[in-house]
Design a protein around this ligand. Structure first.
Ligand SMILES: O=c1ccn([C@@H]2O[C@H](COP(=O)(O)OP(=O)(O)O[C@H]3O[C@H](CO)[C@@H](O)[C@H](O)[C@H]3O)[C@@H](O)[C@H]2O)c(=O)[nH]1
Ligand SMILES: [Mn+2]
Length: 619
C-alpha cells in the first residue's frame, strides 16, 4: 500500500484559470446540459432537489445555451411537483439573483443564511409552478429567456438491471442528445448545489483551450460540504480523496471523477479521443423541445429497450459494473487516452450535504469499498490493465484507491491483538531498552506526522485532522471489514451488493446532536457492537497495563509500546464511552449494543485463560 500510495506524490500540480480571457460573444460559447440525479423523495427532500436545479438554472450563462435535466429514479410525484413549482419560481429567482449579484443561487442555501428578511422584495420562500421551462418560450419577470428545465423519470423493469446512478446518467445522456445535445455536460448529485454562478466559465477555460481540448474529457471540481460541525466528527471533508489525491493525479493523466461537480465534454463518453471529431464545441443543438417527434424520441431514449442497445455502460457512456461508477468511469476514460483537470478555485464551486449519523457515514463508505473492490478485481484491474493502458503511475494510483479497504486487516489486528496480549502478559514488540525501539518510534511519528502535514497543507484544521484519523481507524474495522466480507460474499454468489442511498433528510434531533459534535448511534448495528468491544478492551487493557507498570518497572520496559497503543485507542474512543455509559439522548448507543459489547469483551478476555486451562489439564 505504501508503494502504491507514492504515485499520487510523484507530480502534484495546481492550476489557475482566467475566465476573463474567454470569448464574450454568446455565439462562441458551447451549449451546456446539466444533469441532476435524484432517487428517493424521502431520503432526498424534493425541495432540495428543486433548489439544486434552480442553482444551476441561475448560472451566469446565456439562457438559450443552458438546459437543466433532472433524473428522478424514484419516479416520484412529489419531486415532479417540486420541480414544477421550481419552474415557476425561476421566473422570479433568476432576475433577482442577477440584479442583486447573489452568488449563492440555491434558494435553500440563500434563505438559510437569513438573507430572506430584508431586500428580497417580492421573492417568496415558498415555491410555486408548472412543468418545465423552455428557453424559446418562457421568460422571467424581467423579460429574459429562462433556461430549459426538463424532468425525466426513466423506465425501470424488475427483469432488467437499472445500474443505479450510472444507468440514470446514461438515460440522461441519451435523452439530452435527442433534445439539446450540448457539447458540454455537468453532472450533479441532487444535494450538490452551485455556489458560484461563474463555474461554467472556469471549466470552459480548460475545455476550450486549444492545446488541452482534443484529449480533455472532464474538469472536476472538489466535493465540498456545508453545515459541517466544528470538528467534522465523521471526517466528511475527505481531504485525502477530494484534495490531496486529485492534486497528485493532476500531474498524471488527470484527476479521478468524483461523481458530482464535474464538467464533461460529451464526446469523451462516446469513444476514445482518436475517433472523436475535433470541431465539437460549436454552439449547436435543436431547440424544438416540445415538438411531437423530439418528445417521442426522448421517450424512447429513456426506455429499458435502449438501456442495453449498443455498448451503453460498457464501451460508451458512464460505465456499469461498480458501485462507484464515478471512479470507474474516470478510470476507464483515462485508459482510453482521455485526460482530465482538477479545478479548485478559492470560492467553492459546489456545496453538498454530508452524512449526519455515524451509521450513514459508515454504510456510505461500505458501498464505496465494495465498488472499489469491483474495479480492483475486474478484468480492468488497474495494476494490469491500468498500468498498461493509462500509464504506470496512473495505474498504481488507481490501484491504491481500489484496494483501499485492505487496511481493515492491519487495523483490526492492531485494535485487538496487542491489547489482548498485554492482558495475557505476552510482549509483542521490542523493549524500550532495545535499539530497534527507535525504529517503531520513527515509523509512528513519521507516518502520523506526514499525514498531519499533508492535511494541514491543503487548509485542514488540526481538530478535523484528529477526527479524520479517528474515522480512518473506525472505518478500518467496521465498513472496510464488512465491505470486504460483502464483496467476497457477492463473489461467491451469496449476496448482491446494492446502492444504499445516503440520507439527506433533515431530522431535528439528528441535526442538533450533530451540531453539538456528538456521535449519533441511535440504532442497533454490528458496526457499533464492534466499536464498543474494541473501546472496552482497550480501556481494560490500558488500566491493567498501568497497574502492572506501577508494580514493576520491567513491565514498562517490555510492554511500553502495547501500553502506548492502548492509550492511543482509548483517547480515540472517548466519544464511544460517552455514548455507551453517560449520554441519555436519542443518539446514544443502544443498551443492547452496549451489553453485547461487554459480553464480547468478556469472551475475548476469557478465551485465552480457558485455553490455557484446557491445555494444562490435557497435559
Ligand atoms: O439508483 C440510483 C442511486 C443513486 N442515484 C443518485 O446518485 C447520487 C449519489 O447518491 P448518494 O446516496 O448521495 O451517494 P454518495 O455516497 O453521497 O455519493 C458519492 O458516491 C457515489 C458513488 O457511490 C457518486 O455517484 C456520487 O457522485 C458521490 O457523491 C444521488 O444524487 C442519487 O440520487 C440515482 O440517481 N439512482
Ligand atoms: Mn451524496
Amino acid at each position: 500500500m505504501w508503494l502504491l500510495s507514492q504515485g499520487s506524490r510523484w507530480l502534484p500540480i495546481l492550476r489557475r484559470e482566467f475566465p476573463r480571457l474567454l470569448p464574450q460573444e454568446t455565439s462562441q460559447l458551447p451549449a451546456l446540459d446539466v444533469f441532476v440525479c435524484t432517487a428517493d423523495p424521502f431520503n432526498e427532500p424534493p425541495e432540495n432537489v428543486a433548489s439544486t436545479a434552480l442553482s444551476a438554472m441561475a448560472y451566469d450563462y446565456p439562457a438559450e445555451l443552458l438546459s437543466v435535466y433532472v433524473s428522478d429514479d424514484g419516479g416520484s410525484e412529489l419531486t415532479l411537483f417540486a420541480l414544477m413549482e421550481a419552474a415557476k419560481f425561476a421566473r422570479y429567482w433568476l432576475p433577482f439573483c442577477r440584479e442583486n449579484g447573489v452568488m449563492e443561487r440555491s434558494p435553500e442555501a440563500f434563505f438559510e443564511r437569513g438573507n430572506g428578511q430584508g431586500d428580497a422584495g417580492e421573492v417568496k420562500v415558498s415555491i410555486l409552478i408548472q412543468v418545465l421551462c423552455e428557453s424559446t418560450k418562457d421568460k422571467d419577470i424581467a423579460g429574459h429567456p429562462l433556461p430549459n428545465l426538463i424532468y425525466m423519470s426513466r423506465e425501470k423493469r424488475p427483469a432488467s438491471p437499472h445500474h443505479f446512478k450510472a444507468g440514470a446518467l446514461n438515460a440522461l445522456l441519451r435523452v439530452s442528445e435527442v433534445m439539446t445535445n450540448a457539447p458540454v455536460l455537468l453532472t450533479l448529485d441532487c444535494d450538490m448545489h452551485s455556489n458560484d454562478p461563474h463555474s461554467p466559465q472556469r471549466a470552459l477555460c480548460y475545455l476550450l483551450d486549444p492545446d488541452l481540448a482534443p484529449s480533455l474529457a472532464f474538469v472536476q471540481f472538489p466535493q465540498r460540504y456545508r453545515r459541517l460541525n466544528a470538528d467534522d466528527i465523521y471526517g466528511a471533508e475527505m481531504r485525502r480523496f477530494f484534495l490531496i489525491g486529485p492534486r497528485g493525479f493532476n500531474g498524471l493523466r488527470g484527476t479521478d471523477y468524483c461523481g458530482t461537480g464535474c464538467f464533461f465534454s460529451r464526446r469523451s463518453l462516446y469513444g476514445p479521443p482518436s475517433v472523436a471529431t475535433a470541431s465539437y464545441y460549436e454552439s449547436k443543438g435543436c431547440r424544438v423541445l416540445q415538438s411531437e417527434l423530439v418528445l417521442q424520441k426522448a421517450h424512447d431514449a429513456a426506455s429499458c429497450r435502449f438501456m442495453h442497445a449498443q455498448d451503453w455502460g460498457y464501451e460508451i457512456g458512464f460505465r456499469y459494473g461498480s458501485l462507484v461508477e464515478d471512479f470507474y468511469t474516470g478510470y476507464r476514460l483515462h485508459c482510453e487516452g482521455w485526460r482530465s483537470v482538477f479545478c479548485n478555485p478559492d470560492r467553492p464551486a459546489f456545496l453538498g450535504d454530508a452524512p449526519k449519523t455515524l451509521y450513514d457515514s459508515l454504510t456510505q463508505s461500505q458501498r464505496w469499498i465494495v465498488g472499489n473492490y469491483q474495479v480492483a478485481f475486474s478484468r480492468y484491474c488497474p495494476l494490469l490493465y491500468g498500468t498498461k493502458n493509462a500509464s504506470l503511475i496512473t495505474g498504481l494510483c488507481y490501484m491504491h484507491y481500489a484496494l483501499w479497504a485492505v487496511w481493515c486487516f492491519p487495523i483490526t489486528v492492531y485494535a485487538l491483538l496487542p491489547q489482548l496480549m498485554l492482558f495475557y502478559d505476552k510482549p509483542l514488540f521490542c523493549k524500550v531498552s532495545d535499539p530497534w525501539f527507535f525504529l517503531y518510534v520513527y515509523l509512528v511519528l513519521a507516518s502520523y506526522g506526514q499525514d498531519l502535514i499533508e492535511f494541514m497543507e491543503v487548509g485542514g484544521l488540526i481538530w478535523r485532522w484528529w477526527s479524520d484519523q479517528r474515522m480512518w481507524l473506525i472505518r478500518g474495522f467496521t465498513s472496510s471489514a464488512f465491505g470486504t466480507a460483502d464483496f467476497i460474499l457477492s463473489k461467491i454468489g451469496v449476496s448482491t451488493p446494492g446502492f444504499n442511498l445516503t440520507s439527506k433528510a433533515n431530522e431535528e434531533e439528528v441535526n442538533t446532536l450533530y451540531d453539538r459534535g456528538k456521535f449519533f448511534f441511535g440504532a442497533s448495528s454490528p458496526f457499533f457492537i464492534l466499536m464498543g468491544t474494541i473501546a472496552i478492551i482497550n480501556l481494560s487493557s490500558f488500566i491493567f497495563g498501568i497497574m502492572k507498570a506501577v508494580i514493576s518497572t520491567s513491565a514498562v520496559d517490555e510492554m511500553f509500546l502495547q501500553l502506548l497503543l492502548c492509550g492511543f485507542t482509548v483517547a480515540n474512543s472517548i466519544p464511544v464511552y460517552d455514548a455507551m455509559f453517560f449520554r441519555k439522548d436519542v443518539g446514544k448507543m443502544l443498551t443492547s449494543d452496549t451489553n453485547a459489547s461487554i459480553l464480547l469483551t468478556i469472551t475475548f478476555f476469557c478465551v485465552g485463560r480457558l485455553w490455557a486451562a484446557v491445555s494444562w489439564l490435557m497435559q
